[in-house]
Ligand binder design. Structure first.
Ligand code: PEP
Ligand code: MN
Length: 345
């Protein structure tokens, strides 16, 4: 349930509600808002508790929360959440934010050159993997910690904040020390120990949809992170597995406006993994912007033919710049600010 306090409710009244809820053995979650405070009690509902709380001073109403995800839902938090990666705001009316970079950090030269190219084209963040989840154990699995050092150098060179994947709970501290945002990849969307671990630290989390996950499962995974106290979660549609073979995944454009309706969390689109083909990335990126995405995640490589992972879906610098020149036109057409996030050097 959600206990909605009156506009002018005092801190004492709020504390009294919190204390009364605790008496029922339920954990209250205070949710201060711009206009009024609400107090959520999730996971357990009791009619007696609702009745007891409803009559307390300062309480406006007690409403049941019908969705299985709570802190992620618009029922509980109606206004859009803005998540900051470094100093780049993402969500609500913030400019469209484009995160771009190589699938894998391979060398210092490759990473810094890509960071410069994507920054110059208007990207707001650098995304590159140091710890790589690979389908086969014989494929390149990333440089690990030395990849993190390279990403930190690229940030120092370009001013771009860094998004990078974390694969295991044991790596969370090391990755969070360097990264501005931790990515949870599709294969780990339901790694609940990892979701708990990133929920217990304060860097923002980019949560990618699992390749066979429903929208509700994605939101329940976000709920794990939110419930641990980290409210800075960005969702990412990256395509789902279907019977289609010409593409690597089927980019689910439905998910974008659906997520925007169900949740207050920002939503990014990843047409690189969503299609698996470099020549499909730009049109699907533009479709995602038209559908209301808060930003894009695009794989870019200095020489896609030589990439150690995901070369076939990576854009060249020139193709990325061409896409970035078109994105503002579509953004403007759907009533979004035409600018992409400003670059700070
Ligand atoms: C990636 O972002 O490079 C990646 C592995 O993506 P996903 O987890 O969506 O497959
Ligand atoms: Mn990739």
């Amino acid at each position: 349930m959600l206990v909605v306090m009156k506009r002018g409710a005092t801190q004492q009244e709020i504390d009294a509600v919190v204390a009364r809820i605790r008496e029922f053995g339920i954990t209250p979650v205070p949710l201060p808002g711009a206009e009024r405070t609400a107090i959520g009690t999730f996971g357990s509902t009791s009619r007696e508790a609702a009745d007891a709380v409803e009559s307390l001073p300062g309480v406006a109403e007690v409403v049941p929360v019908s969705r299985p995800f709570k802190l992620a839902s618009r029922e509980v938090i109606p206004t859009d959440t803005v998540v900051r990666i470094g100093d780049v705001p993402i969500g609500a009316s913030a400019p469209l934010a484009v995160a771009a970079g190589p699938c894998s950090v391979e060398t210092r030269e490759q990473t810094v050159a890509t960071a410069r190219a994507v920054r110059d084209a208007g990207a707001a963040a650098l995304r590159g993997g140091a710890f790589k989840p690979r389908t086969s154990p014989y494929q390149f699995r990333g440089l690990g910690e030395s990849g993190l050092d390279i990403l930190a150098e690229a940030r120092a060179e370009t001013g771009l904040p860094i998004i990078t994947e974390v694969l295991t709970p044991g790596d969370v501290d090391a990755v969070a020390r360097v990264a501005d945002c931790l990515q949870i990849g599709a294969r780990n969307m339901q790694n609940f120990a990892l979701l708990d671990a990133v929920g217990e630290q304060s860097k923002p989390v980019l949560l990618k949809r699992g390749m066979s996950a429903t929208v509700e499962e994605l939101l329940l995974s976000a709920e794990y992170v939110l419930a641990k106290g980290n409210r800075n979660v960005i969702l990412c549609e990256r395509g789902i597995r279907t019977f289609e073979k010409y593409t690597r995944n089927t980019f689910d454009v439905n998910a974008i406006p659906l997520l925007k309706r169900l949740t207050h969390l920002p939503v990014l689109a990843d047409p690189s993994h969503g299609t698996g083909k470099w020549y499909l990335v730009a049109p699907v990126a533009l479709a995602a912007v038209a559908a209301g995405a808060d930003g894009l995640l695009i794989e870019v490589h200095p020489s896609p033919d030589h990439a150690l992972s995901d070369g076939y879906q990576s854009l060249t610098f020139a193709n990325f710049a061409a896409l970035m020149a078109t994105v503002p036109e579509v953004a403007r057409a759907v009533g979004r600010t035409a600018a992409t996030s400003a670059v700070r050097a």
